[in-house]
Design a protein around this ligand. Structure first.
Ligand SMILES: [Zn+2]
Length: 142
């Protein structure tokens, strides 16, 4: 029996997403994520893979209260424009954050979260999101 799409192969294909792999334009030098066929800044197709820094700051964000059925248990959903430490801008959900904690300039790090439940093979889908970088483990107000 041959499995064309085994959980292991899916896992392997997903590994590049755990390292934040974007593209660097060889013409203008800018980075972008997610990878596209052409540079969004100058249109060049002369691109190479590059591992992006996993941390950055929230440059702006929006809080979405009305979400579709499948995400209702996660509402409200925070979507951030994150500026990575190399200047690359990434739009992704912000997780593990209280609304009163959200602010422009908050330092965040990439994390990979379960976004859908298993399919026929029991494979779990993961997607990129960001969470605040907390220097202290607990926020106690003693
Ligand atoms: Zn370019």
């Amino acid at each position: 029996m041959v499995w064309k799409l085994s959980p292991v192969s899916v896992w392997r294909h997903r590994i590049p997403r755990y390292r934040l792999i974007g593209k660097e334009c060889k013409k203008c030098g800018k980075h972008h994520y997610p990878p596209k066929l052409a540079c969004p800044y100058c249109g060049s197709r002369d691109l190479k893979n590059i591992e992006l820094p996993r941390s950055g700051i929230i440059e702006t964000y929006t809080v979405i209260y009305e979400v579709g059925e499948e995400f209702r248990h996660k509402a409200p959903v925070v979507i951030g424009l994150v500026k990575l430490d190399d200047g690359t801008r990434v739009i992704a959900p912000i997780t593990d954050v209280a609304e009163d904690e959200l602010e422009i300039g908050l330092r965040v790090e990439a994390t990979f979260r379960r976004i859908r439940d298993g399919d026929h093979f029991g494979v779990i889908g993961y997607g990129l999101s960001f969470r605040p970088i907390r220097t202290n483990v607990s926020k106690t107000s003693s």
